[in-house]
Write a protein that binds this ligand. Structure first.
Ligand SMILES: [Ca+2]
Ligand SMILES: [Ca+2]
Length: 119
């Protein structure tokens, strides 16, 4: 019988399936049910690695289904959920390339000249 559990560190996750059999029948290999674009899976160790860049603003959570198969062809599936943490990866942008302000000479301050805005 196969049983799943998963250890998650800050940067990597490992899928571990235990199997009570010995020899080939107890040797487990790991596969994705559906190959995701973002993650890779080490067939022998169960380490899940990042393959492509993640963007919190695009996708905040991934769920992938992992299959564990022993040497005798017995299978079980488990799920890995990955939460993406937000970091500051966007610089502020001015809405216009240039702003124009005009003031009459001899104007006394304080005066509003122009409003600059960033999105
Ligand atoms: Ca087995
Ligand atoms: Ca961000």
């Amino acid at each position: 019988m196969l049983c799943f559990f998963c250890l998650v560190s800050d940067e990597r996750a490992v899928i571990v399936a235990t199997d009570g059999d010995i020899g080939t029948f107890g040797t487990v290999h790991y596969f994705f049910n559906e190959e995701p674009d973002q993650f890779s899976l080490d067939t022998r160790t169960g380490w899940v690695g990042l393959r492509a860049g993640l963007d919190y603003e695009l996708m905040r959570r991934f769920t992938v289904t992992v299959l564990a198969r022993d040497g005798g062809g017995e299978e079980t599936t488990g799920r890995l959920r990955v939460n993406v943490l937000d970091v500051n990866d966007n610089t502020p942008l001015f809405q216009k390339e240039a702003y124009l302000g005009m003031l009459r000479e001899n104007e006394q301050g304080p005066q509003y000249v122009a409003r600059v805005r960033v999105s």
